[in-house]
Design a protein around this ligand. Structure first.
Ligand code: ZN
Length: 421
């Protein structure tokens, strides 16, 4: 959606073969993140840096009569016996990955009163994986964020080179109102789940980019709908059956707004393309279609996306998934993760036009994403500096500060230098 943003030449960028060079970039626009979720999470306790004993001591010290929401729960380090679970105060622990949570026994009646569906599926990982918007809304129902929390978040993003951002799933209609009416909407664009979208007031809806759906799971949870079988014996999760998705898209097309879909695996991408082609044949479509992640998109699917005018929104930092998830991805999938060269060189996708870049907040850092682009695990994933900047686009507000980055071609590292305001 930021096709009008032209890439401006770097003031001191040169092509000399020095191993280290310092470049200047403007603040960039992160095309995929979760501002409302991160703003809410910033205000709640984080146990990710604590040992198991420290975490237990902290949790046991919490009030016995009200629910406390905690983030940074690492399942490998902190699991609970049924006995422990029954004596804990009411706590909701949010997984470090943000997907998935834990409820103590005493938390269940409290959650049940407000969100019976969530309480019922407290131990159902599959349900949690395909109900991401409901899970995000749950986190926000028991915590909140003010306009100031959003401003604090934006300041943190600036330290990482980001001047404006897109919330791909604004958690609640109330948080959408805060973004819409606190002078934040020039720096935070937002999309919403069908439920949140329908519940928004008209003025807020007018600022909303469109409706976001999750079609499959994640690589981390081995639930992305890929063509392979995951080491756990499954081949991922499709959130909807073909008929359900078709009916839903049909309904959403009547709102005449944009549609964005999370689709990582080939099977999820295929399901969506099949539905969209069917709709077009019947004379229906969306004013704008964007697909998120598409990490394992095949060449056939690239061609279809291009011909259908679909914008691809991808995360160069996820090049690293080929390394981090070597334990669960086949050689084929490691090699075909984020096939940027084929998209650009063979199928003509243009960064900043129909190929957008963002971080998903994992992490937000521009330096890390640039490092993954210039020095990727596989050559197919490589982006030039110009392509990288064009795909992010310049931040959507006037700001004169330039960020400096040191590119070290010997160490394959990109570091951001401190900003002097
Ligand atoms: Zn996301």
């Amino acid at each position: 959606m930021n096709s009008s943003i032209a890439y401006t030449a770097l003031s001191n960028y040169s092509d000399t073969m020095k191993s280290k060079q310092v470049i200047e970039l403007p603040f960039l626009h992160d095309n995929h993140s979760h501002a409302s979720l991160y703003a809410v999470l910033a205000s709640i306790p984080d146990i990710s840096h604590l040992t198991r004993k420290q975490s237990m001591d902290f949790i046991m010290s919490l009030p016995a009569d009200e629910l406390t929401v905690i983030r940074g729960w690492r399942t490998a380090e902190l699991s609970f016996t049924n006995q422990e679970r029954s004596i804990l105060p009411p706590v909701l622990l949010i997984n470090y990955s943000l997907h998935g949570f834990f409820l103590s026994d005493k938390a269940i009646p409290i959650i049940e009163a407000q969100l019976p569906d969530v309480a019922e599926h407290a131990d159902d990982a599959r349900w949690q994986e395909i109900h991401v918007p409901e899970i995000f809304a749950t986190y926000c129902a028991f915590g909140t964020a003010s306009a100031n929390d959003f401003k604090t978040l934006l300041a943190t993003l600036e330290e990482q080179g980001i001047g404006s951002t897109v919330d791909m799933a604004i958690c609640t209609p109330g948080l959408a109102d805060i973004v819409a009416f606190s002078g934040l909407s020039d720096r935070i664009e937002f999309w919403a789940s069908p439920d949140v979208y329908k519940a928004m007031q008209l003025q807020t809806k007018n600022l909303c980019m469109g409706i976001k759906l999750f079609l499959d799971g994640s690589i981390g949870a081995m639930s992305a709908a890929i063509s392979d079988t995951w080491p756990n014996g499954t081949n991922g999760i499709l959130t909807y059956t073909d008929n359900e998705l078709e009916a839903l898209l049909w309904e959403l097309s009547t709102f005449n707004t944009g549609i964005a879909v999370h689709a990582i695996g080939e099977r999820a991408i295929e399901q969506f393309l099949t539905c969209v082609k069917k709709m077009i044949l019947q004379g229906h479509s969306f004013p704008y279609i964007q697909m998120e992640h598409v990490q394992f998109i095949t060449e056939e699917q690239m061609e279809q996306c291009r011909d259908l005018g679909i914008t691809l929104s991808m995360q160069p930092n996820f090049n690293e998934d080929s390394v981090i998830y070597a334990d669960r991805l086949s050689e084929y999938h490691r090699r075909h993760n984020n096939p940027f060269r084929t998209l650009i060189d063979t199928f003509g996708f243009k960064p900043g036009k129909d190929l957008l870049f963002g971080s998903d907040g994992i992490p937000h850092s521009i330096a890390f994403a640039l490092q993954c682009s210039l020095f990727p695990p596989y050559p197919e994933q490589e982006l030039s500096l110009e392509e990288f900047v064009a795909g992010y686009g310049k931040a959507k507000f006037a700001h004169t500060t330039l960020c400096k980055y040191e590119i070290d071609r010997n160490a394959n590292r990109v570091t951001m230098l401190p900003i002097h305001h």
